[in-house]
Design a protein around this ligand. Structure first.
Ligand SMILES: [Zn+2]
Length: 70
């Protein structure tokens, strides 16, 4: 089962009888998609980022969203 590269939550690429496919695959949510894009941009331009969003809070919220959607 593929997992979100940001928070490691399960991502569903195909719909089944139990639950729909994740619309934001390969990310579990728009939030993680945005986080990953932000990281990628940071690495690409190597811009120092002060006041970074607290990752722990972001991860917890993304995981909760996944559970609710199942
Ligand atoms: Zn995620």
């Amino acid at each position: 089962m593929p997992r979100c590269p940001v928070c490691d939550a399960q991502v569903f690429l195909r719909s089944t009888a139990e639950r729909p496919a994740t619309p934001t695959a390969p990310f579990c949510s728009d939030r993680c998609k945005t986080i990953d894009l932000g990281r990628w941009l940071e690495e690409s331009y190597t811009v120092p980022h002060v006041g970074r969003v607290e990752d722990d809070d972001e991860l917890a919220e993304g995981f909760d969203e996944t559970l609710v959607s199942q």
